[in-house]
Design a protein around this ligand. Structure first.
Ligand code: 9WN
Length: 440
């Protein structure tokens, strides 16, 4: 009994530490992912942060999402960074003077009052909004939270399904590796191969001043990121009528869009509207994912390079993320669980958390960002996916592993998937947020 009590106190203490991380990273109307490395608001980070914050302050969680949505562009895109004007330009690269949203993005409807980037990140926001509502429906109704965010979330999804369906199969394409949220995933090596990097010395990487070089993307990666972003900016952030040097259908990105469509259906029903169009879109997206990106040989989803029409034969965790979808055919869900637990991702054998990339892949690197390390937001999604498809024992084990790794690593940004050793920043917001959510 004494042990049980100790355990309870330990959990309580751990929950308080997670809450302190979120409190320390709160900037008055939104939360930074990490104080030194990412001193502005990031799009998909804020969605995960709101999912944690809702247990501490539903009011603040609503504010987190609404601050982000206030920076939405008129064409519906939700920018991947909302810049804090109080932060010096040199603190993060690329800074507002690179993106120039309020001038270069004018035709696409960038807002006037705030500087943002011009690219997007995975659409987890409607899911977050629904979960935030559920945490305190009374407050949410009183404040008209869903009434206010719903049109913006719908416009966001319309942008992705309307303006980004370059391949014509009903899936949204990303036009920059940063848009996937998995910046230097080996999946982008081939599609990036032809992109001429911006000259070394034409930009200064602020990330290397606070991050360990071996944990971060390479200079060659950055040269290409800069080239692509500058081209997109110089084309007025237009999507149609131009050839994109990088255009990829990413299974994780599209799975999160479909999952968020399910959330939009819940939101519509709560507001007394017809949920059917959202359910139909979620089904269409799920069908397109299966039809277009499922790969029988690897037992997972693969990215597809829209420019060449070819699948990218790299096993990245993004290809496991469709497990979050309730409407996934049982056969495919079963195969994903099998792949996750097999030699390539090693869950339950070589690893306790799912790595970001194939443990035996040629590009595997246990330290370098999205080329191997395990990430907490992604594992939180996979835990939900396992539970969704009835793999309760595995989901429980993953939940425990996630909590243990966050605890042992000081809420790290990511960890070595084999040892759990902290990599990147510590005191990282979405890591703390998913801990708060799992402990609730
Ligand atoms: C570029 C903030 C973001 C995350 C991304 C992660 C990293 C940025 C960077 O940090 O990307 O957007 O500068 O490396 O890859 O997923 O949202 O935490």
């Amino acid at each position: 009994r004494a042990t049980g009590r100790d355990e309870e106190l330990r959990r309580e203490e751990f929950g308080l530490q997670a809450a302190q991380v979120l409190e320390g990273n709160w900037r008055g109307a939104s939360t930074v992912p990490s104080l030194a490395l990412y001193p502005h608001q990031w799009s998909w980070d804020s969605a995960f942060i709101a999912i944690g914050l809702r247990h501490l302050s539903p009011r603040r969680a609503q504010c987190e999402l609404e601050t982000l949505l206030d920076a939405q562009w008129a064409d519906g895109r939700v920018p991947h960074i909302v810049f804090n004007p109080a932060v010096p330009l040199g603190a993060y690269f690329p800074s507002p003077d690179f993106w120039r949203s309020s001038t270069a993005g004018r035709a696409a409807g960038a807002p006037d009052g705030v500087e943002t980037s011009g690219i997007v990140q995975p659409p987890v926001h409607a899911l977050a909004a629904w979960l935030v509502h559920e945490s305190d429906p009374e407050l949410s109704r009183r404040r008209g939270f869903l009434e206010r965010v719903q049109p913006r979330l719908a416009a966001w999804h319309n942008y992705l399904t309307g303006c980004r369906d370059f391949g014509g199969a009903g899936l949204a394409a990303v036009v920059h590796p940063w848009e996937s949220g998995m910046d230097n995933s080996p999946c982008w090596d081939e599609p990036l191969d032809h992109v001429e990097p911006a000259p070394a010395g034409s930009f200064r990487r602020a990330d290397l001043e606070c991050g360990e070089g071996a944990d971060r993307p390479t200079d060659l990666d950055y040269g290409r990121y800069v080239r692509l972003a500058a081209q997109y900016r110089d084309g007025g952030y237009r999507d149609a009528g131009r050839e994109h040097a990088f255009a990829v259908e990413d299974p994780g990105f599209n799975a999160l869009l479909a999952l968020s469509e399910h959330a939009l259906a819940e939101i519509a029903a709560e507001l007394g509207q017809d949920p059917a169009p959202h359910r139909a879109r979620a089904r269409r997206l799920t069908g397109a994912l299966v039809q277009r990106l499922w790969d029988e040989d690897t037992g997972m989803f693969l990215c597809r390079d829209v420019r060449t029409g070819r699948p990218v034969r790299e096993m990245s965790v993004t290809g496991l993320l469709p497990l979050v979808l309730p409407g996934l055919p049982g056969r495919i869900a079963g195969a994903l669980v099998h792949t996750m637990s097999g030699p390539h991702f090693g869950l339950g054998t070589a690893t306790d958390l799912v790595p970001s990339y194939d443990l035996h892949g040629p590009a595997f690197d246990a330290c370098r960002y999205w080329r191997g390390p395990a990430w907490f937001n992604v594992n939180w999604l996979l835990e939900r996916g396992l539970r969704q498809h009835g793999a309760t024992v595995r989901a429980d084990a993953l939940e425990q592993a996630l909590l243990a790794a966050a605890d042992a690593s000081g809420f790290a940004e990511y960890v070595d998937p084999r040892t759990g050793q902290a990599r990147g920043a510590t005191g990282f917001s979405w890591t703390a947020a998913v801990v708060v959510d799992l402990l609730a």
